[in-house]
Ligand binder design. Structure first.
Ligand SMILES: [Ca+2]
Ligand SMILES: [Ca+2]
Ligand SMILES: [Ca+2]
Length: 293
């Protein structure tokens, strides 16, 4: 079988049309709040149990051709705060999760389908070092950090507020549906495979990249940001989320990442074309066999 330019164009055209459709529906169906290239999940400002240190105000994610940027803002410093009730004397950030599976968090975790990012080098993650991990299951460190046994426990203590997990899991029931009501708050990587490193970003680097929590009046005393290679994550609709180690606050953000761009994208389209060509060739061979018989 010979590849004509027309056939390749047709294949590329179909693939490109599919990509556009997925992106467009993904953004409309599931995005947080888009502003200046960043996707924002703004959390309740009054659902951080334990005081200002534990209050998350928002999360934002930006995708470029070669990078993913993530920013978090609130009262929790990158290296946590001292707390005598925690087994290690410190309560800090949990790990960040991305779920592209379309299933809830529990299902994605139990099938090792999450991506996880350890960005806080001093937290209680099971991930050996900071970085991006794939094939991830999550586990809980909330009780070892003087925290809540479940979301039911957290909300039962009076922390049910509007936009409790940002604007994409805005109420208690949405949080239960996604995370589960009575199970432990799974807030760090339990197991996974490291696929790459992250680069921490200064406030000025984040501002230069267009980050602006101020647009939502959601600037915390601590703003944390990092960047990693675009190719380390999957594509399509995602739900991202992070809790602090004790489960005293958490935020989630729904969005969409486009297909991995060139040159990987072209390789992908090439493979698609070859698969289609192979299928046509097989059919032709079968046809020949039938004729011969
Ligand atoms: Ca909050
Ligand atoms: Ca800790
Ligand atoms: Ca929250």
């Amino acid at each position: 079988m010979k590849f004509t330019t027309t056939k390749i164009r047709t294949l590329l055209g179909i693939a490109a049309a599919s990509v556009c459709l997925i992106s467009a529906t993904g953004q409309q169906a599931s995005a947080g709040q888009l502003y200046n290239g960043w996707n924002y999940g703004i959390d309740a400002f009054n659902d951080g149990s334990g005081g200002a240190n534990y209050e998350i105000k928002g999360m934002a994610i930006k995708e470029t051709d070669d990078s993913i940027f993530v920013a978090l803002t609130g009262g929790m410093p990158l290296n946590g705060v001292a707390n005598s009730g925690a087994a290690d004397g410190n309560i800090g950030w949990g790990d960040l999760f991305f779920n592209f599976s379309g299933t809830n968090f529990q299902t994605a975790s139990s099938t090792n389908s999450l991506f996880g990012i350890r960005f806080a080098g001093t937290n209680d993650s099971n991930a050996a070092t900071t970085g991006v991990y794939s094939n991830v299951s999550a586990t809980s460190v909330a009780l070892a950090n003087h925290g809540y046994s479940s979301l039911n426990h957290y909300y039962g203590n009076g922390w049910e507020k509007a936009n409790t997990q940002g604007t994409d899991l805005a109420n208690k029931q949405a949080a239960y549906d996604y995370f589960g009501q009575y199970n432990a708050i799974q807030n760090v990587i339990g197991s996974g495979t490291k696929v790459g490193d992250i680069t921490m970003l200064t406030t000025s680097a984040l501002t230069a990249a267009g980050l602006n929590f101020g647009h939502f009046s959601a600037v915390g005393t601590q703003t944390i940001g990092f960047q990693f290679n675009r190719s380390l994550l999957g594509s399509g609709d995602y739900m991202a989320n992070v809790f602090v180690e004790c489960g005293n606050d958490g935020v989630a953000l729904a969005g969409n990442l486009a297909q991995v761009p060139e040159p990987s994208g072209i390789v992908g389209l090439g493979l698609l074309g070859l698969t289609a060509a192979g299928s046509m060739l097989r059919k032709r061979r079968l046809a020949s066999v039938n004729i011969a018989e």
